[in-house]
Design a protein around this ligand. Structure first.
Ligand code: GRG
Length: 303
């Protein structure tokens, strides 16, 4: 364990997560009705409604409520972020990228619908995300909606997810040092978490000081998410193999445990968690409880 998981009295984290995930799933279900052309909408719905932890949309809703906003103001943003995330998973799984057969416990989109449709389903989810955020946001002035659109756009493009993916692809077979590994993770993972959290605070009416504090929180938990992913890769595969060395210690892929050792990676994760939580000290403790627990959930998750 990194540190003892502190429990805030009166806050039922599991209930919070399942209630929010239910609301997000309902919003996503109604955002993409099964309509003509059937094939593309089936493919979009297949991946979007396939489960997933819904961490990004829940972070968005929690951040909106942290600054005193109503959940409904951030629901379109929460859905848009999950659409972008799902798009990135569909494209990441394609044969020209990671070539994966399974995602969220089901065959990948291209395995079921074919490569052409999977590319188009990703494209359609990406454009729908922005349309949805622009047209379905409720109770927020246009200036803030435009700021949220801009946050999401920069998280996805050539300074965001795409930057992380291209640097990752170009690093294959090369030595990756800690700086480059951090660049890849910040862009592939942390940028979208940042857009979710900052978008939620913007749409919830947060002032610029509040928005910048939650941005820092999001940057720490974004990197934490990936460091924990790398740690889980090692610990899970060593459990599976019944050995002390996991697959990441023997594969080519650079990971935090591989570059700094498992114990130092755990210490680093603990430091990131601590820094994230420090940013929440400025807010009312009751309102900050969901983001506080979400940071711990990311640090201690098992999948
Ligand atoms: C085409 C504009 C465009 C961008 C795509 C393919 C790509 C560029 C980027 C890859 C991004 C990627 C797949 C990053 C990994 C992110 C990550 C940590 C995924 C796992 O997230 P979880 O654990 O998954 O939240 P669930 O299934 O729970 O949602």
């Amino acid at each position: 364990n990194l540190v003892q998981f502190p429990v805030l009295k009166g806050f039922e984290f599991n209930t919070y997560m399942s209630e929010k995930a239910k609301l997000v799933n309902e919003a996503l279900e109604s955002a993409i009705p099964l309509q003509e052309p059937l094939k593309i909408h089936e493919a979009m719905r297949y991946s979007l409604l396939a489960g997933g932890k819904r961490v990004r949309p829940i972070l968005c809703l929690a951040s909106c409520e942290l600054v005193g906003g109503m959940e409904v103001c951030a629901m379109a943003m929460a859905s848009a972020v999950e659409m972008v995330h799902t798009m990135s998973l569909i494209h990441d799984d394609l044969p020209c990228m990671d070539n994966d057969d399974l995602r969220r416990g089901k065959p990948t989109n291209h395995k079921v619908f074919g490569e052409e449709t999977a590319v188009l389903a990703g494209d359609a989810l990406l454009s729908l995300a922005f349309e949805h955020l622009a047209t379905r946001t409720i109770g927020v002035g246009p200036g803030r909606v435009v700021q949220a659109i801009s946050e999401l756009g920069s998280a996805v493009g050539s300074q965001g997810l795409v930057a992380g993916q291209i640097v990752d692809l170009c690093s294959e077979g090369q030595h990756v040092d800690l700086n480059k590994l951090e660049y890849i993770h910040v862009h592939k993972t942390a940028k979208l978490l940042e857009a979710a959290v900052v978008g939620g605070a913007l749409l919830g009416g947060g002032n610029s000081g509040e928005v910048e504090r939650v941005r820092k929180y999001a940057r720490y938990i974004g990197l934490l998410f990936q460091v924990v992913d790398d740690i889980l890769d090692v610990t899970k595969s060593s459990e599976e193999l019944g050995k002390t060395a996991g697959k990441d210690l023997v594969s080519d892929k650079a990971t935090y445990p591989k570059l700094m050792g498992l114990e130092r990676a755990k210490v680093f994760a603990g430091e990131l968690l601590e820094k994230a939580v420090e940013e929440l000290a400025y807010f009312d403790a009751g309102k900050a409880a969901p983001l506080y627990h979400l940071a711990h959930y990311i640090a201690y998750r098992q999948n």
